[in-house]
Design a protein around this ligand. Structure first.
Ligand SMILES: [Zn+2]
Length: 233
């Protein structure tokens, strides 16, 4: 239990820190307009066109932080605030999403793997939780069979953790592609590039925190179950 508290508190604090950092970085660089005065949508369009991705549309969607790239429809959806703003933060976020379109065009292995496992992860996380709970509950009457059922549940549930880990290279790489493009254009000042880096760096931290949280959860279930199977032996 003591170990779990350590494993739970560290990712939780990191998560809070990451949220705080992204909020402040975003607030700061949303107020800074780029010299080039290009909107998020225009920057994404230019970045896409440079790779010959004229077939990828850029759309405007409602909401906040709803920005994403949809590989099935080849559409880059940007939230209103990113789509229409010419701030450093908007350009950073828009180009990060365009980075995912670059990955798709290159058949970047981690992105491909992530998309391939999505359906399995969705089923695995739900079924895993059910098997874990049911197995643990039934272990008082059916003994080892229940424990085994719970272990299968944990293995299925671990797919969620694997997914959050695979997400890391995908997100880091998309940000790297955005930064590389911004640097290659020659139209963004060193300070603006640093701003883009700050915003994307803060976003990366939230993904790291999510992966650690998932890992800690998994560890918690393993601890519960191994304690329970020891008692039954
Ligand atoms: Zn992303």
């Amino acid at each position: 239990m003591g170990l779990y508290i350590l494993f739970a508190i560290v990712p939780m604090l990191l998560g809070l820190m990451a949220q705080q950092r992204i909020r402040s970085a975003y607030a700061k660089y949303s107020a800074v307009r780029t010299n080039y005065a290009v909107t998020g949508a225009q920057a994404a369009r230019q970045m896409l066109d440079q790779k010959g991705l004229a077939n990828v549309r850029v759309e405007r969607v409602a909401g906040n932080l709803t920005d994403h790239y949809d590989p099935t429809k080849r559409v880059l959806r940007l939230s209103e605030g990113v789509h229409d703003s010419n701030s450093v933060a908007a350009v950073g976020v828009a180009c990060h999403e365009a980075g995912h379109a670059y990955q798709h065009a290159d058949a970047y292995q981690w992105l491909m793997l992530r998309s391939r496992i999505v359906p399995t992860v969705n089923i695995g996380s739900r079924l895993g939780m059910i098997l874990f709970m049911a197995g643990l509950f039934l272990s008082s009457t059916i003994g080892q069979a229940g424990i085994r059922m719970a272990w299968v549940g944990i293995i299925l549930f671990s797919l969620t953790t694997i997914f959050t880990l695979i997400t890391l290279p995908v997100e880091f790489d998309a940000s790297n592609r955005a930064k590389a493009w911004a640097a290659s254009t020659g139209v963004f000042t060193a300070e603006e590039q640093k701003g883009i880096e700050d915003v994307l760096g803060a976003a990366a931290l939230t993904y790291i925190a999510a992966a650690l949280q998932s890992l800690a959860n998994l560890l918690y279930y393993v601890t519960i179950l191994s304690g329970s199977s020891r008692r039954r032996r």
